[in-house]
Design a binder for this molecule. Structure first.
Ligand SMILES: [Zn+2]
Ligand SMILES: [Zn+2]
Length: 136
């Protein structure tokens, strides 16, 4: 069975997934730029029931563009935003792709391209959406 492990910068907070991510998405929105300090955020979305979290967290919740809640979870010791949960996808958890011990598959799509930095480009075979993910 697949096993993926992600950890915060200090190692006190870990996420272990017993299954592969159901999708991997790169998001260019301004909130992800501010959240990560990077030009975009990349999240691997796992079924919640496949994931085990260990360690103390702080949380902060904001409203998404659709008005639904998005809660970021931060290591209580080092502040890394290791994972997040979304009211829009109650069965899933997004985990920061850069935090995994082993590389995950490349993103299936890039979203919120209308907020993308000009110098950021993506491979030709990626679907790129101006706003959020299309309905699945
Ligand atoms: Zn930490
Ligand atoms: Zn975003």
């Amino acid at each position: 069975m697949a096993q993926h492990r992600a950890a915060c910068q200090c190692g006190a907070l870990t996420v272990t997934a017993a299954a592969d991510p159901e999708f991997v998405v790169l998001c260019n929105c301004k909130a992800c730029q501010q959240r990560t300090g990077a030009p975009f955020g990349v999240g691997a979305y796992f079924a919640k029931d496949a994931v085990t979290v260990a360690g103390a967290v702080n949380t902060w919740t904001r409203s998404s563009d659709s008005g639904r809640a998005l809660t970021n979870h931060f290591c209580a010791a080092c502040g890394s935003n290791l994972y997040w949960t979304l009211e829009m996808r109650p069965g899933h958890m997004g985990v920061a792709v850069g935090a995994f011990d082993q590389p995950l598959p490349e993103p299936q799509r890039a979203i919120w391209a209308q907020e993308k930095l000009d110098w950021v480009t993506f491979p030709d075979h990626w679907p790129v959406y101006d706003t959020g993910s299309p309905p699945e």
